[in-house]
Write a protein that binds this ligand. Structure first.
Ligand code: ATP
Ligand code: MG
Length: 558
């Protein structure tokens, strides 16, 4: 029996539309970012949804910048957004589109609205307009300017366009219903005067359309069939439909879904900007940031982000997704794809006393046991090694201790079994050197020694080791929902001061000098890492993407 696929509510709508031959069965979605910040994890949800829907039904997805507010928008943001979408693995249909390309057409629609008596120029102050709006429980009042003649409105609107009036002195409003139970229908503002140069249209325009004016008409102009957006726009839908119905144009359907919220991450561009501007982080792409660029720099694979959002699906109800779901997908992808290498984060010196002084052996170590095609690489081995300080104990307390201690055996990964003879401590009582002997016939792959070792340690040969820096990240906030966590507190009160720990002196195997910046690595037993953007050949910097296992439960109990 064939298993029946469970459709989400948007797919149900689309399949019904296709069945009814609505829009000739076309599916055309769009992703409409405002270029006023970098994309974040929530935008990734919207991107995955829009592109995956179109792909599933053989449709197309536009990228349209909603660039109607000249004062907050910058080209830097446009470029970062394009890069992020492509990195996520999606390609928009044709050219990049801009709402600003439609300013001329939108102006024409505004003229049509005025001519139909559906819009008027209002000279009221912003305060007076707010006052006239009324409240959700009391009707608004009709503006004294609402009765202006069509001719006067056409004339004034033309003068607004040519720059005759000061910013904020007049607006164009729709004439709908000041008593509507929907506040957005109470003669909403369609155009405002703003004598600010626009990042694309320069100083051509002195008036700019408001979001509601621009959005639906842009969808219409592009022939978007399913305009998918977040739930807060549900109350805008009657206005979206009203505006389209006043002029004879193609009518897209707006469909709302719940925003994606992830614990310990914030998805407000304004708040993310604050973190950047006030130097809580090094930039929009700081690896702790919930931005797409931050996650990329951290080493989160695009595939993991897609699997995460597609796995979660869409709903109509807001909820908070635990970050561990994202981490699960990150580890799942990295376990399959990351190259296993050796790096010692907290080094202590180990000397193999019976190994020849100037001998170097080249060991062949496989890159990824999960991926046969990943091949192997050469790792040098010698008499002096770094191992992890935590892997040695002067006196182990319990029987289950399988790492190194006087009298104990361990295997060095891909190399020999060693036996710990003794150790040296410095004047502060800290172990400065560990002395071991090795079993020459215990080499991995050709072990005939019969010697047993329960634990395996990673190591780096000191004469060949490359010194590097590691950056270890923790959550950016100390509570899962820093916004609204506590009355009277700001999200910045929950900034985690310990979210970045720099280890300036780690040692890694020499093969890492030649690794590319997009290669995901697993430092054996230590976590997943990737080279940082600022890393150079002579100054390697590794970002920890995540630990190998979910250690968060343990950490929070400490
Ligand atoms: P912010 O609140 O961060 O400023 P925004 O919604 O104003 O976000 P836009 O650039 O307008 O940012 O968003 C582009 C698209 O991404 C919109 O369709 C928006 O609904 C969607 N989007 C934004 N945040 C989320 C989220 N958390 N989950 C899902 N979709 C989102
Ligand atoms: Mg927005």
């Amino acid at each position: 029996m064939e298993e029946k696929e469970v459709l989400n509510f948007i797919e149900q709508i689309i399949e019904e539309d296709i069945h009814n031959k609505k829009n000739d069965g076309r599916v055309h979605t769009r992703f409409p970012p405002e270029p006023n910040g970098y994309l974040h994890v929530g935008h990734a949800k919207s991107i995955c949804l829009n592109f995956a829907l179109a792909a599933k039904y053989g449709g197309k997805t536009n990228l349209r910048f909603d660039d109607t507010n000249p004062s907050t928008e910058e080209t830097e943001y446009v470029e970062s957004i394009k890069k992020d979408i492509q990195w996520l693995g999606y390609q928009w249909d044709g050219e990049v589109l801009y709402a600003s390309d439609y300013f001329g057409q939108l102006y024409e629609y505004a003229i049509q609205l005025i001519k139909a008596g559906k819009a008027y120029v209002d000279d009221s102050t912003p305060e007076a307009i707010a006052e006239m709006k009324g409240t959700p429980t009391t009707p608004g009042t009709i503006s004294p300017y609402a009765a202006r003649s069509i001719e006067e409105n056409l004339d004034l609107f033309e003068q607004m366009k040519t720059g005759e009036f000061e910013d904020g002195s007049k607006v164009l409003r729709a004439r709908i219903d000041m008593a509507s139970s929907n506040m957005h229908m109470r003669d909403p503002i369609l155009y405002r005067i703003k004598k600010v140069p626009h990042h694309r249209t320069g100083s051509t325009w002195n008036i700019y359309p408001m979001y509601d004016m621009a959005h639906g008409y842009s969808d219409s102009i592009e022939g978007i069939t399913h305009s998918v957006c977040t739930l807060e726009f549900e109350v805008h839908r009657p206005l979206y439909n009203w505006l389209i119905e006043q002029v004879e144009v193609f009518h897209p359907q707006q469909i709302e879904f719940a925003r994606g919220n992830v614990s310990y991450m914030i998805t407000s561009k304004r708040k993310l900007l604050k973190l950047v501007k006030d130097n809580y982080v090094s930039g929009w792409d700081d690896p702790r940031m919930p931005t797409i660029s931050g996650m990329r720099r951290r080493g989160i694979p695009a595939e993991a982000l897609r699997n995460f959002w597609i796995g979660i699906g869409v709903a109509r109800r807001e909820n908070l997704i635990d970050i561990s779901h994202l981490e699960f997908h990150v580890r799942e992808v990295l376990n399959r794809t990351a190259i296993r290498v050796m790096g010692v984060l907290n080094p202590v010196k180990l000397v193999i006393t019976n190994y020849p002084d100037d001998k170097t052996e080249t060991l062949e170590i496989i890159n990824n046991p999960e991926d046969k095609d990943a091949g192997s690489r050469k790792v040098p081995f010698s008499k002096t090694l770094y191992i992890e300080r935590e892997d040695f104990k002067k006196e182990p307390q319990n029987k289950k201790y399988f790492r190194l201690a006087p009298g104990k055996n361990v295997r060095l990964k891909g190399a020999y079994i060693i036996h710990c003879e003794d150790f040296i401590v410095n004047e502060d009582g800290i172990v400065s050197e560990i002395h071991c002997t090795y079993y020459p016939d215990s080499r991995s792959g050709s072990d005939t020694s019969g010697v047993k070792a329960k634990g395996t340690l990673h190591w780096v040969s000191i004469p060949h080791a490359v010194k590097a820096e590691a950056r270890i990240y923790d959550r950016l906030f100390t509570v899962p929902e820093p916004i609204n966590h506590e009355e009277g507190k700001d999200f910045l009160d929950f900034y985690n001061e310990n979210s970045l720990k720099i280890l300036p002196n780690i040692y890694v195997e020499p093969s890492l000098k030649d690794i590319s910046k997009d290669t995901h690595l697993q430092f054996m037993r230590k976590g997943y890492f990737i080279l940082d953007e600022d890393s150079t050949f002579d100054n390697l910097i590794f970002n920890q993407t995540t630990t190998l296992r979910d250690t968060w439960g343990k950490i929070s109990k400490r």
